[in-house]
Design a protein around this ligand. Structure first.
Ligand SMILES: Cc1cc2nc3c(=O)[nH]c(=O)nc-3n(C[C@H](O)[C@H](O)[C@H](O)COP(=O)(O)OP(=O)(O)OC[C@H]3O[C@@H](n4cnc5c(N)ncnc54)[C@H](O)[C@@H]3O)c2cc1C
Length: 445
């Protein structure tokens, strides 16, 4: 006989987004259904030996739970991240909400509920093992090279369709990287949703400054890294990668392994399996013992698999260009009583998820109301338009060039002050991160 649990809030997944949601909604005693036997999501199940955080640790931090050594400039390993998440879950007593090994297989609307009070029924099955996804081709190629040292060791070939900009560290010509995109001043140069005619004009006039910033970063990367030597110089500006959250941090010894011949590169727009390996559209072949598909994944598919019609068909709008249409990156206007976390990307996905969980908790607590459906759709379309204008790689919702503005709007809706620094100088030139959005002890909470 299946166990039936009644809960006001059901959370699917115990990754960063699920944990942040459970903490912010703890007063409702949520039930967290996690398919695997542990918390951490990708950090537990999509990591390998050398997987590290790519974001500076002070940016990938819950607003009210600092890293033990937050000023340490090294990037934590996946094991350190898992420790941090486990401490967070223990500190806020979240484990009691989590049902492990519970994979959600179906969600449906209960039919016996009044139309204006829809209730979801969630079916979950007991699971033993989760599957592992691979991303992060750069890290994998390096691991292959490291495992194949010595005369006998064979090389690994990275097949690249579109070359993206890679960054060796968060410093460009001696300047901290945040100065270019993560301060209010730097984001002032960029287009943002709902800007008036004056700002449109200003953005047009400021476009040479945006291009110059992008060129400055490209010049550094081309000087620092052998991108031209290996045919890896991207054909598009750096800004487009940043605006689509495609920027990757390069592991230290990546190009030294390439120089030793342990990593080769092959540019190809299409390939197929052939006898003993793969074949490319320029009629060349590559012999391979093992082919790893590090081609990313479709986050929407997971939802499509469990959500019934007609809701499934609302996961994309004709005008959203593949992006999940979500108001404030959280609410689909056509799907009642359901919120989506972790579908908006930025420089720190932890921060983008956490601030939305705070927003959601206040929405559920009745501190503010959602605007009309038309207004939500309009806002979603405006954001999609900005992304389409900024980058050709706009398949995922990435707000990195206007993230501060996005948080401003969320703060305004929650009744929080949106300008959160102590001085004007800091407001203009210091970067924004989760710490700036700590809980305010006011009635507005
Ligand atoms: C290798 C790697 C490196 C990364 N580096 C960075 C970085 O440096 N900076 C950054 O900001 N972001 C980075 N990311 C992005 C990362 O995905 C996010 O930062 C964040 O961890 C995502 O958390 P999440 O909870 O939204 O999703 P996930 O971590 O994917 O968690 C989803 C959880 O839901 C569970 N689940 C899924 N389907 C079901 C179901 N049907 N029923 C029950 N449970 C289910 C899964 O088991 C999983 O535990 C990286 C990702 C990878 C893979």
């Amino acid at each position: 006989m299946a166990e039936v649990i009644f809960s006001k809030i059901g959370i699917i997944g115990g990754g960063i987004s699920g944990l942040a949601a459970a903490k912010e909604l703890a007063q409702y005693e949520p039930v967290v259904l996690e398919a695997t036997d542990s918390i951490g999501g990708v950090w537990k199940h999509c990591s390998f030996r050398t997987t590290k955080l790519q974001t500076p640790r002070c940016d990938y931090e819950f607003s009210d739970f600092p890293w033990p050594l937050r000023d340490n400039s090294s990037f934590p390993s996946y094991a350190e991240i898992l420790d941090y998440l486990s401490s967070y879950a223990t500190h806020f007593d979240l484990f009691k909400f989590i049902k492990f090994n519970s994979r959600v297989t179906q969600i449906r609307l209960a039919t016996d509920q009044p139309h204006d009070k829809p209730l979801w029924e969630v079916a979950a099955v007991q699971t033993i093992n989760g599957s592992t996804l691979v991303q992060s081709a750069i890290d994998l190629a390096l691991e292959c090279a490291q495992a194949n040292q010595g005369e006998e060791g064979k090389s690994c070939t990275m097949v690249v369709r579109t070359s993206h900009w890679i960054v060796p560290h968060y410093s460009i010509w001696g300047l901290p990287f945040y100065l270019f995109y993560s301060t209010r001043f730097s984001q002032f140069l960029h287009q943002r949703p709902n800007q008036g005619a004056l700002r449109n004009l200003l953005c047009l006039l400021l476009s040479p400054a945006r291009k110059a910033t992008s060129k400055l970063i490209e010049s550094y990367l081309l000087w620092k890294l052998p991108l031209v030597k290996y045919g890896l110089k991207p054909d598009h500006p750096f800004e487009e990668d940043y605006a689509s959250c495609q920027m990757a941090i390069l592991p230290d010894t990546f190009f030294s392994e390439a120089d030793k011949g342990k990593i080769n590169f092959k540019r190809a727009s299409s390939w197929w399996f052939s006898e003993g390996g793969v074949e490319f559209d320029d009629n060349t072949k590559l012999e391979a013992d093992l082919v790893i598909l590090a081609t990313g994944y479709d986050g929407k598919k997971k939802i499509r698999d469990v959500l019934p019609q007609p809701f499934c068909s609302f996961l994309e709008f004709p005008s959203s260009g593949g992006m999940m249409p979500l108001y404030r990156g959280t609410i689909n206007p056509y799907i009642p009583n359901m919120a989506f976390m972790g579908y908006v990307e930025s420089v720190s996905n932890l921060h983008t998820s956490e601030i939305r969980c705070k927003w959601l908790a206040r929405l559920i607590g009745g501190k503010f109301k959602l605007p009309s459906m038309e207004k939500m759709v309009e806002q979603i379309q405006t954001e999609a338009e900005i992304m389409k204008k900024t980058t050709r790689f706009y398949k995922r919702t990435c707000i990195s060039t206007f993230s501060i503005n996005h948080s401003d709007e969320i703060c305004q809706e929650m009744g929080w002050t949106s300008w959160r620094k102590k001085t004007w100088l800091a407001e203009a030139f210091s970067p924004y991160n989760s710490r700036d959005y700590q809980q305010q002890d006011t009635a507005a909470n």
